[in-house]
Design a protein around this ligand. Structure first.
Ligand SMILES: *Cc1c(COP(=O)(O)O)cnc(C)c1O
Length: 386
């Protein structure tokens, strides 16, 4: 019997401690485990390789994504690096989205410069470009959908099928939606990556990552390498992450509701030039998002009329929305692509990717939606008044 996500998120690890009858799993801080007898190891020997609490967190994430197993790592970046280390050798090609997360772009680019593998940054929605990249027989294809910051949608099932025909493995970075709103393994991907720092932990107080594999064989290989390199997550952060995951389902529903309220509010503002949200029928990825996702998510971006000075005045009048990078926490965040999340991208590349200087990105939190929209209206009124 498969459980629904809301049940899986709550019930993994409950009532498993028998000495005291703890309902909630304890934090096992011990780095090492004794041998009850000579040459008689237990399930755990050393916490880098296995930790009872981290194992529960991994089991929960694997169940939520419908995978065979998971490796919980120290960050989203180390999860990606683990995947690249395990499946790519010098001479191998990886295909990655041209608009992937900035840190992913930097990691791929710097590894390529060191000769670890070759990268083809590709527009996944451009069939000719994707076909050309796949003709090079890549070992791995990385998908990231929705994209950042314009929420471009990539067809996971279609890209996975093509990639498999070309002999590649497929990994999907599912950070922007969480397993509640999208399950890439069911759509054909071989791996799911998360920055658990975002929706999964959900409280902006842990940096963590995970690789979830569809097969047990891949899980075992990834686990072996994670211990070999030493990128597994610490005991206390594993506990905090599990605590965050307990409320993932209701949080993301509330966050999505607030995103819709924010989008409706922005649509009323004469100063707003364009809104990017896959739940809008005018968004180019709307139909695909409606098909492959279980919701439109809580990330959106918008452009306002004006210039950088207008952005600066707007933000100075905006309360409740914290000006910060990152996403997925219970508090609403706003960021400016050109000076923050995408500042590392050369201006020309930014323009080519359609990222204007007045583009703002919002990660909706779970505050009262009326308070959030009132804060936006007040900021727009203040800017208009000068
Ligand atoms: C944040 C993020 C990452 C990197 O994760 P960290 O936990 O910050 O290392 C990777 N991919 C996406 C889509 C992200 O948003």
């Amino acid at each position: 019997m498969t459980r629904k996500p809301a049940t899986a998120a709550i019930h993994n690890g409950l009532n498993e401690e028998h000495q005291f009858g703890c309902v909630v799993p304890p934090v096992y801080l011990s780095s090492t485990y004794n041998f009850p007898e000579f040459d008689c190891p237990r399930e755990h020997d050393y916490s880098r390789r296995g930790n009872p609490g981290r194992d529960i967190t991994g089991r929960t994430l694997a169940e939520l994504e419908g995978g065979a197993g998971a490796v919980v790592t120290s960050s989203g970046m180390s999860a990606l690096h683990l995947l690249f280390t395990v499946f790519l050798s010098p001479g191998d090609v990886i295909v990655a989205p041209h608009d992937c997360y900035g840190g992913t772009y930097r990691l791929l680019d710097s590894c390529q410069q060191r000769g670890h593998f070759s990268v083809r940054f590709t527009d996944m929605n451009d069939d000719a470009a994707l076909n050309a990249a796949l003709a090079e027989k890549p070992k791995l294809v990385l998908i990231e959908t929705p994209g950042n910051p314009l929420l471009r949608i990539t067809d996971i099932a279609a890209v996975s099928e093509k990639a498999h025909q070309a002999g590649a493995l497929v990994a999907a970075d599912n950070t922007f939606l969480s397993p509640v709103l999208q399950q890439p393994l069911a759509l054909g991907a071989d791996f799911v990556i998360h920055s658990c720092t975002k929706y999964l932990n959900g409280h902006s107080d842990v940096v963590a990552g995970v690789v979830i594999a569809a097969s047990q064989e891949h899980t075992d290989t990834l686990s072996w390498w994670a211990n070999n390199i030493g990128v597994t997550l610490g005991a206390f952060d594993s506990y905090l992450l599990l605590r965050g995951i307990r409320t993932l389902v209701p949080r993301i529903r509330l966050q999505e509701e607030n995103a819709r309220a924010i989008v409706a509010c922005l649509a009323q503002q004469p100063m707003v030039k364009k809104i990017y949200y896959p739940g809008l029928e005018t968004h180019p990825g709307y139909a695909l998002a409606a098909k492959q996702q279980k919701g439109f998510g809580a990330m959106l971006s918008f452009e306002i009329n004006g210039d950088i000075a207008t952005i600066s005045r707007f933000l100075s009048h905006l309360s409740l929305f914290t000006l910060a990078e990152s996403l997925g926490g219970v508090e609403t965040l706003i960021s400016h692509a050109a000076t923050m999340t995408h500042a590392g991208m050369p201006e020309q590349a930014r323009k080519a990717a359609g990222i204007s200087d007045t583009l703002l990105r919002i990660s909706a939190g779970i505050e009262d939606s009326g308070d959030l929209t009132a804060a936006l209206e007040h900021a727009f009124q203040s800017v208009t008044k000068g």
